[in-house]
Design a protein around this ligand. Structure first.
Ligand code: PMP
Length: 357
């Protein structure tokens, strides 16, 4: 039989796909590994138009996001989750031999989207405390052995939970007008005051990513957004698939972005933040916890004396968390999504028992 592996593109043969929480799987009953919202809401669904292809950019969904963030429609692109936006940006801006800057530990899809699309990747060092180092990003851009087109920055960062300071971002945007800085604000609803959205009007090389997967509790529908200068949106529209947003997705997204949906989102965020801070206090009191990282999102990154032992014990108990053991600077850390009070109590019971051993 033909060896299809040999038939595949060279770069695909070498590709290691993104290890999403769902791909890793795991047998359990409590899933706190994907930063999802713990509860789904009720939506009305009309099936009478499913025989028709949907609009490429459903009008009400684009308008809903434009109103929510205070931008014009031509500054908004709706995509199949934030993930599609990441890939589209690479495909639109990186020619063969060009590439991107990332600063690990960060969201893994930036690097994988680059590799999938034959773009080069170079790495910026972080400070000792793992905060982003703007000077190191500048150095990575200047010293890369290829032309840097995109810099990916998550703020709030995943899994670090931190915000990239505005003055440092402004300096980079000014110093490198021909580099596009992609600021991924997937978690920004958990600290909306820290959004860098106001910078969009002054810096055309700033692109922002948003999603309905986190605070809007809609990871299941796959709906995200790119916010950018209209010229950039038009370029992305050349590359995007013909019908990226299915009609059911558009119907649900429209309801989520209506006034009632946004109010619900705010209540959900408020509850999650209260729970997060209570959970932090409880964690900090445990002798097996060495550090709880600051968080501006719906998760806590926790360093344990023995991270793998905690991860394994949770697994045995059916609690699925996300380990960052192998990531740079994150030995013994585990990321825990803020779930329901009951789910967090269950985690605390296991940790308290382990602390007493
Ligand atoms: N950016 C960051 C930082 C994320 O953590 C995620 C989800 N894990 C995404 C983007 C992608 O989200 P989605 O594709 O569900 O919109």
């Amino acid at each position: 039989m033909v060896d299809f592996n040999k038939l595949a593109c060279q770069h695909v043969q070498q590709l290691v796909p993104y290890q999403s929480a769902r791909r890793i799987g795991g047998h359990g009953h409590t899933f706190l590994n994907a930063n999802e919202s713990p509860k789904s809401e009720f939506y009305i669904f009309n099936s009478t138009t499913l025989n028709r292809y949907p609009d490429c950019q459903p009008f009400d969904v684009v308008q809903g996001m434009a109103d929510y963030v205070g931008l014009q429609r031509n500054q908004v692109l709706v995509t199949r989750g934030g993930d599609e936006s990441i890939g589209l940006l690479v495909r639109t801006f990186c020619d063969i031999g060009e590439g991107v800057v990332v600063a690990p530990p960060t969201y893994g899809m930036y690097e994988i989207a680059a590799q999938t699309n034959r773009a080069q990747v170079t790495y910026a060092q972080r400070h000792e405390d793992l905060s982003l180092d703007a000077a190191a990003i500048a150095k990575a851009i200047k010293e890369a052995p290829f032309k840097v087109k995109l810099v990916f920055i998550d703020s709030p960062a995943n899994p670090l939970g931190i915000i990239f300071p505005e003055d440092e971002l402004k300096k980079l945007l000014t110093d490198f007008p021909e580099v596009i800085f992609v600021l991924d604000e997937a978690y920004i609803e958990y600290d909306s005051a820290s959004s860098h959205l106001p910078l969009l009007k002054d810096y055309p090389n700033l692109v922002m990513i948003r999603t309905l997967s986190k605070a809007f509790a809609l990871a299941g529908i796959r709906c995200g957004f790119t916010l950018a200068h209209p010229d950039i949106i038009n370029l992305l529209l050349k590359v995007i698939d013909p019908y990226p947003i299915s009609d059911p997705v558009a119907q649900i997204a429209r309801q989520a972005l209506a006034r009632g949906g946004i109010e619900l989102m705010h209540e959900r965020v408020k509850k999650s933040l209260e729970l997060r801070e209570k959970f932090r206090e409880q964690l900090e009191a445990l002798p097996i916890v060495t550090r709880v990282f600051p968080s501006h999102a719906n998760f806590l990154l926790v360093e344990f004396k023995d991270g793998p032992q905690v991860f394994e014990r949770m697994l045995q108990k059916g609690i699925i968390l996300r380990s960052f053991e192998t990531k740079p600077g994150l030995k013994n850390t585990i990321r825990i999504t803020i779930g329901t009070p009951e789910e967090l109590d269950e985690v605390m019971r296991v940790l308290t028992a382990m602390s007493a051993e």
